[in-house]
Design a protein around this ligand. Structure first.
Ligand code: ASP
Length: 298
């Protein structure tokens, strides 16, 4: 069971995926300490990871798709207003998390994808890169893909950041370039509300990383939040979700999924199906990287 962090009154309590999540937690804490809202904190923390291209899996430095260029997914949720915005399969925008926030703040919609998401982000004046070289990148990728010396560009990760702020409100966000080598147009779990991220301001928030297909087929983060609503500790709920999927999925525990969660009391949890899963927690102005081993199989 994860140790219960400091009470929310001492500032935001956060949990984030992977060791790079610590950078996001620290940046978010700094933003909130400087007077930003919980949502500002989430956006700031995730923007940092997008800028760093951490682990080659977030932002434009992330892993390319099968055609050789990154298509980005992101999502942001504001618990107290029940607001949400997301973008899927978007090309050439430096900060997908900000695009997601603009969808929430400046459109009547929740989700925009592909060309439309890019057009909206450009119309909002967001930072972009030239994407006129996508055809050339595709050609280079095809050549590379045929070279037996070149390792396949597989792998994937997501920055997912969850926060309970000092007012007891919940926020969440996530951003990823998705699964390396994915088909162009593939959208993962991250921008799908209730799959890669779910926030319920009455109960808690949950987020995911790993093979998105194995998360979204089970609306995993919605179910984790519902389990917390029924009284489960976030740790129990994350583990129960892994077991629940593994019990019925043809892959069993070979799911490559990891979950994080936080509840309204600021208690946190994390679980992984079949690997060691490092994640970051922050509370009371301090942060650290922790890890869990793959869940114990029954
Ligand atoms: N969930 C992401 C996706 O499938 C990748 C990851 O988090 O590893 O797009």
């Amino acid at each position: 069971m994860q140790e219960t962090p400091e009470p929310a009154a001492s500032g935001p309590v956060m949990i984030a995926t992977w060791p790079f999540g610590k950078l996001a937690v620290d940046a978010a804490a700094e933003k909130v300490a400087a007077g930003g809202s919980g949502l500002d904190g989430i956006e700031e923390g995730i923007r940092l990871i997008e800028s760093l291209g951490s682990d080659g899996s977030v932002g434009l430095a992330g892993r390319p798709n099968a055609a050789g260029y990154p298509q980005l997914d992101a999502c942001i949720v504001e618990g107290p207003t029940r607001g949400a915005g997301s973008v899927g399969g978007m090309e050439g925008i430096v900060h997908p998390i900000t695009a997601a926030r603009r969808v929430m703040d400046s459109s009547r919609h929740v989700m925009l994808v592909g060309e439309g998401a890019r057009w909206f982000a450009l119309e909002q004046g967001l930072e972009t890169v030239d994407v006129s070289d996508l055809a050339a990148k595709k050609a280079a990728w095809v050549a590379r893909d045929r070279d037996p010396e070149e390792p396949a560009e597989k792998g994937h990760d997501t920055i997912t950041l969850l926060m309970l702020d000092g007012n007891g409100d919940l926020y969440g966000g996530c951003s990823t370039s998705g699964a390396g080598g994915k088909l162009p147009g593939r959208v993962g779990d991250s921008p799908i509300l209730g799959a890669g991220l779910f926030v319920d301001n009455e109960v808690g928030a949950a987020g995911a990383t790993g093979v998105g297909e194995n998360v979204m087929r089970y609306s995993a983060t919605t179910v984790i939040v519902e389990m917390m609503r029924q009284g489960m500790h976030p740790q129990e709920a994350c583990e129960a979700m892994v077991h629940r999927i593994a019990a019925v999925d043809p892959l069993g525990y070979q799911l490559d999924v990891c979950f994080i969660a936080i509840d309204k009391q600021g208690r946190t949890g994390a679980a992984a199906s079949n690997q060691r899963f490092p994640f970051a927690v922050g509370a009371g102005g301090r942060s650290e990287v922790r890890s869990v081993e793959a869940v114990e199989r029954p």
